[in-house]
Design a protein around this ligand. Structure first.
Ligand code: GAL
Length: 428
């Protein structure tokens, strides 16, 4: 059964359970399910909550801890089965289409806001297509994250005698060796499947280039998934893994980020939500920390667009609240303050083209410049590890094979490439 029918069967069970609408107080209550629970990310989401409450609505926080959102998605599915979906939920990429096809997302509620706020003109078509179902907006995009970053503590680099940020995999290994020799953790990394695959996709991009990345992780081409370039990428991944934090098994990404921030580790491969932790710790980009594209990927941008999907609700107050959240979320003020706290860049084209005006730091300015350039060059590619390239079922197949590969001391890259092809095929 493909992932589409799996979700549909799951959700059709919903009819067996009574609908349980939330009582509206104030102008209306909207429960929002998301997984922004790290210190920095919580500060970002609090900006939205505060604005919505100022507008007279009640924000019911449905935060579900767990980076990458796997736990939040499980909770969301059981809520849907119980006939009790939240008003809004963080859903991304192709999954938005799957949820919409179950009939649970509201195709009407965002119509008037999208029109009056001119969303079609504000958003790149690639982005608006992701959040529309059969031509209607069913989610509001809130920001753009770049995933292929390397975060560096320059002070630690200096102590280890490393002069420049690594620009190639060879330089990355050389830096890792020096960090190890100087007694630092070379690479802060939490060994959770989504974090393993965040590193995997960065290495695939570095070794196989944009075309190889696209064929393997977006188009799921079997020959590319099992071919010699993938074997090479897996071989490099195994080497990158030798620099990972030995205490990182099962560790949350923000706890690993803290090790770089407080000078225990030298580097972290992570999307730019990692910057939210640096910002929360009052550290300054370009001075206290450096952000560079993962070695060998500076002409590419793996994107991850956070968006809040709207579920059908009976209560008119909730619908009004959903519209308010959507309106606030794409407004200029929120786009600025949220992304500054979250580490992302705005999703609005006008703002991406004028980042200096809004006081964004060096990392965000680079991200916006690269986003626009890579959109033209073809270097802009959806992140597999962050639900933008495939369905969750296919993503799960990648996660299993990649995490087993990293953890198995005897794993063979050639065998693993074959397994990857087979696992992806059966999950499609
Ligand atoms: C991503 C999400 C980001 C961030 C990250 C870590 O999937 O898009 O906003 O929360 O997970 O949890």
């Amino acid at each position: 059964m493909n992932s589409f029918s799996r979700l549909a069967v799951f959700v059709s069970l919903a009819s067996l359970f009574p609908l349980n609408a939330y009582a509206a107080d104030s102008k209306g209550t909207v429960e929002v399910v998301h997984w922004w629970t790290s210190g920095g990310e919580k500060a970002a989401v609090d900006v939205l909550k505060a604005q919505v409450e100022k507008d007279g609505f009640t924000w019911k926080d449905g935060a579900v801890a767990g980076g990458g959102g796997a736990t939040a998605m499980t909770v969301l599915k059981s809520r849907a089965v119980a006939g009790n979906p939240p008003g809004m939920a963080q859903i991304k990429g192709p999954d938005i289409q799957e949820w919409a096809s179950t009939g649970l997302l509201d195709t009407d509620v965002l119509k008037s806001v999208a029109q009056s706020e001119k969303w079609d003109g504000l958003l790149d078509k690639k982005i608006s297509d992701t959040v529309k179902y059969e031509g209607d907006y069913v989610a509001v995009p809130v920001n753009i994250h770049r995933v292929n970053w390397l975060w560096i503590n320059p002070d630690v680099f200096k102590k280890a005698g490393i002069e420049n940020p690594p620009a190639t995999l060879e330089e990355f290994y050389a830096a890792g060796d020096k960090l190890k020799a100087a007694g630092f953790i070379p690479l802060a990394h939490g060994g959770q499947p989504w974090q393993d695959s965040t590193v995997f996709e960065a290495v695939v991009l570095s070794v196989m280039g944009v075309d190889g990345y696209k064929k393997a992780l977006v188009e799921l081409d079997n020959d590319t998934l099992t071919g010699p370039q993938m074997v090479k990428a897996l071989t490099e991944l195994k080497k990158v893994a030798t620099y990972m934090d030995p205490d990182g098994k099962g560790q949350d990404w923000n706890l690993e980020a803290a090790k770089v921030i407080n000078g225990k580790a030298g580097m972290q491969i992570m999307g730019d939500w990692a910057k939210s932790e640096w910002t929360a710790a009052k550290k300054v980009a370009g001075k206290d920390y450096q952000c560079v594209a993962f070695p060998g990927t500076d002409k590419a941008f793996t994107y991850n667009i956070d968006s809040l999907a709207v579920f059908k609700q009976k209560d008119p107050g909730t619908a009004a609240g959903q519209q308010d959240i959507a309106k606030v979320a794409l407004g200029e003020d929120f786009q600025k303050v949220f992304s500054i706290n979250k580490g992302s860049i705005p999703v609005r084209n006008d703002m991406l083209n004028d980042m200096g005006k809004y006081g964004f730091d060096a990392c965000a300015q680079t991200a916006a410049k690269d986003f626009l350039a890579d959109a033209n060059s073809g270097g802009l590619q959806p992140s597999m590890a962050h639900n933008m390239a495939t369905t969750l079922a296919v993503q799960g197949a990648f996660f299993d094979v990649v995490t087993n590969f990293i953890n198995d001391p005897n794993a063979d890259p050639a065998d693993t490439a074959k397994k990857l092809g087979a696992a992806v095929k059966s999950a499609k």
